[in-house]
Design a protein around this ligand. Structure first.
Ligand SMILES: *[C@@H]1O[C@H](CO)[C@@H](O)[C@H](O)[C@H]1NC(C)=O
Ligand SMILES: *[C@@H]1O[C@H](CO)[C@@H](O)[C@H](O)[C@H]1NC(C)=O
Ligand SMILES: *[C@@H]1O[C@H](CO)[C@@H](O)[C@H](O)[C@H]1NC(C)=O
Ligand SMILES: *[C@@H]1O[C@H](CO)[C@@H](O)[C@H](O)[C@H]1NC(C)=O
Length: 341
């Protein structure tokens, strides 16, 4: 019973309406008290003011839009809005810092979003190196009984298995740029946390309409996952087929920890207009994107860290997004950071 609750049946904790499922709470209180003793209050308090870290990445793809500025890294504003649209606040996480910086951030935030983008994993002091520390820190916290969610989109979804295997490059090449697809759910997708509480309408749209935005040159096949025994701990929830007929994993979740990855870009339906053409901005498409944002931010509400006073001075609000969509970027707006950030 406790094993079940603590190792993945998190949905019982979720109150989709304002009525809290008391019996689940009582069970959780009991189980958590057995396992954690004194940190009980921290975990059971539902946190309605979650602060979510979003990792920056090397700026080489956008430097051309800022010829006279010291731009060292950036975050596409669509990821920030994705979190904000569901009630979260954002702490930007810089690249190139030491291990303690990342561990400290995981200790103080309520969840982590690893965004998509286009950078290499083998750069010194880059996105993947930061991601390795963040993942290790989050894994350690979860193993110690804390509840700390991670969401990876596209490149971030590709990063999670890479760092879970301590830097193992197992991606396949994929021909999936500018293609929108319905999800091909795996037979048991309904027993996943990510989809089990999704309204029927959302599932139907995802199943039948071309609403997921694909823009990736790499992906994972199920064979890639099995070869590295990733299927022991990770559950593949859906697949898709690229332009060359290669079947790739389009969503997964960890079997017992609150870690999720999607190869497509829910934030683009909502907030990008170059890579997400008109058909991806239908009200149905937007509903699916909001579902994913709500799901992730709600997971973060289950984390009890409360350091908002300390984090306030570093929140994303201190930066102003820059409009580069009009200059030909695939991003409408980006947050840029200098080497001093
Ligand atoms: C993070 O929290 C853990 C567990 O409380 C603690 O052992 C560690 O020293 C903290 N690390 C940092 C860098 O704050
Ligand atoms: C992953 O799958 C692709 C496509 O089948 C294959 O080319 C690649 O070698 C696989 N990667 C590894 C590390 O097994
Ligand atoms: C969805 O996309 C596929 C593949 O590009 C295409 O064959 C199909 O016609 C599209 N369906 C709709 C309803 O647009
Ligand atoms: C996968 O698990 C099998 C059986 O435990 C083991 O022999 C093999 O070395 C593992 N493969 C990898 C890549 O870790």
């Amino acid at each position: 019973m406790c094993g079940n609750l603590l190792s993945g049946n998190y949905n019982q904790l979720k109150s989709d309406t304002s009525v809290v499922n008391m019996s689940a709470w009582v069970q959780l209180l009991y189980c958590v008290s057995l396992v954690l003793g004194s940190s009980l209050a921290e975990i059971t308090a539902r946190n309605e003011r979650p602060i979510i870290g979003i990792l920056a990445q090397e700026s080489y793809s956008i430097n051309k839009f800022f010829p006279n500025e010291d731009v060292h890294s950036f975050i596409a504003a669509s990821y920030v809005k994705f979190v904000e649209s569901s009630g979260g606040r954002v702490l930007p996480i810089m690249i190139g810092h030491d291990k303690d910086y990342y561990y400290n951030i995981i200790n103080k935030t309520n969840g982590l979003l690893l965004p998509g983008g286009g950078v290499w994993f083998n750069e010194t002091k880059g996105y993947a190196e930061a991601g390795q520390h963040l993942y290790d820190a989050a894994l350690a916290l979860n193993k110690a009984g804390d509840f700390y969610p991670i969401w990876g989109t596209c490149l971030g979804m590709e990063l999670i298995p890479y760092v879970a295997l301590n830097g193992e490059e197992l991606r396949a090449h994929c021909y999936s740029k500018k293609i929108s697809l319905p999800l091909n759910f795996k037979p048991d997708y309904k027993s996943s946390r990510l989809f089990s509480t999704a309204p029927k309408e959302i599932i139907n749209i995802l199943k039948t309409e071309n609403v997921t935005v694909n823009s990736h040159g790499f992906c994972f096949t199920e064979a890639n996952f099995t070869r590295y025994n990733l299927t022991d701990e990770w559950k593949v929830l859906s697949t898709n087929v690229d332009r060359d007929g290669l079947e790739f994993i389009s969503s997964y979740e960890h079997k017992s920890l609150p870690f999720y990855g999607v190869q497509f870009h829910p934030e683009k339906n909502l907030f990008e207009f170059e890579r997400a053409p008109t058909t991806l901005h239908t009200s149905n498409a937007i509903k699916t994107s909001s579902y994913f944002a709500d799901f992730f931010v709600d997971e973060c509400r289950k984390n009890g860290h409360n350091f908002e006073k300390e984090l306030a001075k570093d929140l994303i609000y201190k930066y102003a997004p820059r409009y580069i969509g009009i200059l030909g970027s695939i991003y409408e707006q980006v947050y840029i950071f200098s080497s001093k950030d």
